[in-house]
Design a protein around this ligand. Structure first.
Ligand SMILES: Cc1cc2nc3c(=O)[nH]c(=O)nc-3n(C[C@H](O)[C@H](O)[C@H](O)COP(=O)(O)OP(=O)(O)OC[C@H]3O[C@@H](n4cnc5c(N)ncnc54)[C@H](O)[C@@H]3O)c2cc1C
Ligand code: SF4
Length: 517
């Protein structure tokens, strides 16, 4: 065999032929390395849709590399000599291929970076970890942004990026004279419902994807989630089609209905682009440019376009900065000392709470739920129940097709569970069932009543909200953004407090909330 100069490592969420790892690639002396390993589906109990998205996209990408003439060592999950983990597989392949150096784009997961560094060191090989150009902001730039600030807030960061990258700007001023159009967004559908909704951009699995679906169904038969309705984009071409369809059909109403929920319809006016973005099938710059162009062409209102761009140029970049500047300690955060176990029905959907049942059912069927369902239905319940945040994190990392740790962990531990003590958000996101009642009609079909906090029909969210305020009263009283909520709590007399506590205890013992029969 000719001498191998470089082994270029490509992970399942690095499916971009223009990635920095390929800079200077020479097919005569370099080779690409990819591996499907069981550990990536078992270190958390990864759902079947999530594993299938990764494997199907990896196989299509491998084919594209081969078609482009790039030599490739690809280990399939069912290969007889599969070593089972990225580290073991890489060590085995280094011994066989004997490269002089390893090159990769910076991975999205701290655990994986440590594992690969250890293999390289063990083999005595130089490892060149290159900047991930997919993102607008490097980790170094994020550090510079954070330096000297007492608190990190999205809004400062986001405005800085708008200016720097000249996105939605008219000269030095934000387009339309405002940075933020939240006040125009976030309606519910009202009693009449959403009416006609554009169908989701769905992709019939081809032979390669069908092979993956069969493999996942067999190999991970006891893992959560289902594959019958699998229709995610798994190639760059499909991802671009999804983007086009979103811009033309959904973007105009994205902002207005960003927070709305409707039973049985997971897709609404969201983009469903997160998996394609996180696998690097799409570049955020092309997504942001397409949204801005739609506004400039008069095809979508500014409020919607700004709301959408803020998620990508703002939140997505911001959480990555938090992750890479705070790991590994960040993953252990538990500022509220929460110790409860995650209810077992999070993995099955078997709850009698209508809002949760719906969010869990679609999560298991599609590996998808939109942001407000994640934050204000599944996340809110776990927060107020007092679930240990690392269990919540493992659930979110397992069930969603877009789940990669750099984006999942800060959203879960920080934004949703307040486990970082307020680094990501200035206060815990807590609310009664009335919030869910405002954003959709679930409560109308539920055995519980969002307006009641005690008694047999009390909505568990409402009970747990008051219980949460009581349990953390001292901490919350010190937070000016919680002043109104703490003031309302002061109106509860001792018998009412006891009744709330008793009902919350029954919920924690599992006597309320699980579906029976
Ligand atoms: C507890 C919790 C866990 C989450 N876990 C993940 C995760 O594992 N992977 C993931 O990509 N997103 C995660 N999010 C963020 C957000 O919920 C999803 O990005 C979004 O629901 C994906 O659906 P969509 O593509 O239709 O998004 P849209 O509503 O159409 O938004 C457009 C895009 O903006 C980006 N975006 C939106 N909100 C966020 C955010 N808060 N952080 C980072 N990017 C954002 C995504 O790339 C998304 O595709 C999580 C949020 C919460 C509250
Ligand atoms: S009453 Fe409570 S549990 Fe039932 S749907 Fe409304 S918020 Fe959810």
């Amino acid at each position: 065999m000719a001498e191998l100069r470089t082994l270029v490592l490509v992970l399942g969420d690095q499916l971009d032929r223009e990635a920095s790892a390929f800079d200077g690639f020479d097919a005569a002396v370099d080779r690409v390395w990819m591996a499907e390993v069981a550990e990536e589906s078992t270190h958390v109990w990864s759902s079947q849709p999530r594993t299938a998205v990764f494997l199907a996209a990896m196989r299509h990408f491998a084919k594209a590399l081969q078609d482009a003439g790039r030599p490739l060592s690809y280990t399939r999950l069912d290969a007889p000599d599969n070593a089972g983990s990225l580290a073991a597989q890489l060590a085995q392949d280094i011994a066989r291929l004997r490269p002089s150096q390893l090159v990769m784009t910076a991975p999205g997961d701290w655990r994986v970076l440590q594992a690969i560094k250890a293999v390289a060191a063990g083999a005595g090989l130089p490892l060149d970890v290159r900047e991930d150009r997919h993102f607008y902001v490097t980790v170094r730039e994020f550090v510079a942004h954070a330096r000297g600030r007492k608190s990190l807030r999205l809004e400062h960061f986001y405005r800085e990026q708008r200016r720097r990258h000249q996105v939605l700007m008219d000269g030095d001023e934000p387009a339309g004279g405002q940075w933020n159009f939240d006040a125009d967004n976030r309606e519910s559908f009202g009693a009449a419902g959403p009416g006609f909704l554009p169908p989701r951009a769905a992709f019939e699995p081809d032979a390669m994807t069908r092979e993956v679906l069969a493999l996942v169904a067999e190999r991970f038969a006891d893992h959560p989630g289902r594959l019958e309705s699998f229709a995610w984009p798994v190639t760059r071409e499909q991802a671009l089609q999804s983007l086009d369809a979103f811009i033309a059909e959904r973007l105009p109403l994205f902002g207005r209905y960003q927070d709305a929920m409707w039973p049985g319809d997971p897709w609404l006016y969201h983009s469903h682009l997160s998996a394609a973005l996180n696998l690097k099938l799409l570049n955020p710059r092309e997504v942001v440019a397409a949204a801005e162009a739609a506004w400039r062409a008069g095809q979508a209102p500014l409020a919607s376009v700004e709301g959408f761009i803020r998620q990508i140029l703002g939140w997505r970049e911001y959480v990555r900065g938090i992750y890479w500047t705070r790991m590994p300690a960040y993953a252990d955060g538990n500022a509220l000392n929460a110790t409860q176990d995650l209810p077992a029905w999070y993995w099955t959907g078997a709850t009698d709470m209508a809002c949760l049942r719906d969010a869990l059912a679609q999560t298991l069927s599609h590996g998808y739920a939109h942001h407000i369902q994640r934050l204000m239905v599944t996340g809110l319940y776990a927060l107020m129940l007092g679930v240990q945040p690392q269990q919540v994190h493992r659930w979110y990392l397992a069930v969603y097709v877009d789940a990669v740790e750099w984006v999942e962990l800060p959203n879960t531990l920080g934004m949703s569970q307040y486990a970082d003590g307020g680094l990501m958000g200035s206060k815990p996101y807590v609310a009664t069932g009335r919030y869910i009642d405002r954003m959709g009609p679930h409560c109308k079909g539920c055995r519980y009543d969002p307006g009641q906090r005690t008694g047999e029909r009390a909505c568990p969210y409402t009970t747990l909200y008051w219980d949460f305020l009581m349990r953390h009263e001292a901490l919350l009283a010190a937070n000016p953004r919680m002043a109104l909520q703490v003031k309302n709590l002061a109106r509860l007399d001792a018998p009412e407090r006891d009744a709330v506590r008793a009902r919350a205890d029954a919920i924690r013992r599992g006597e309320v909330g699980a579906a029976h029969g």
